[in-house]
Design a protein. Structure first.
Length: 133
């Protein structure tokens, strides 16, 4: 899940901002650029972290739906209703009547988690570059 990645990202943003504010040598162009890039990447990371957290709650709710003796869902929300709600909130752009299946949803969630991880790696790399130089 993305919660751990989000905490690491927050720690790197705090480290970068603290370094920019209190380390006298951080004002060199290279270090300043690296640390500022870390902060900006942290902001983008947060956008993906919010989306991953939303998907985590959504998938957890679907997994916790009560089941009857045959194993089928006792109470289900049609996927089309979820898609319409996401479109109404502006989270997902979809054509009217279009519905994604669970495989497509899980692939999308993993893609968001991949982007979240990539921006954490950018943050880590830029902090490392600023300190190493």
């Amino acid at each position: 899940q993305g919660r751990g990645l989000d905490l690491w990202s927050l720690a790197l943003v705090v480290l970068a901002l603290g370094t920019l504010l209190w380390w006298p040598n951080a004002q060199t162009t290279w270090r300043f650029g690296c640390l500022l890039t870390c902060v900006l990447a942290g902001m983008v990371h947060k956008m993906f972290a919010v989306r991953v957290a939303f998907d985590t709650v959504l998938f957890r709710r679907w997994a916790e739906v009560p089941r009857d003796a045959s194993g089928s869902n006792c109470r289900t929300t049609p996927l089309s209703a979820v898609d319409q709600a996401l479109a109404a909130c502006g989270v997902r752009k979809m054509e009217v009547g279009q519905t994604r299946d669970m495989v497509s949803r899980s692939r999308g969630a993993l893609r968001l988690l991949g982007w979240q991880t990539a921006f954490l790696l950018v943050q880590f790399s830029t902090v490392l570059a600023a300190v190493a130089n």
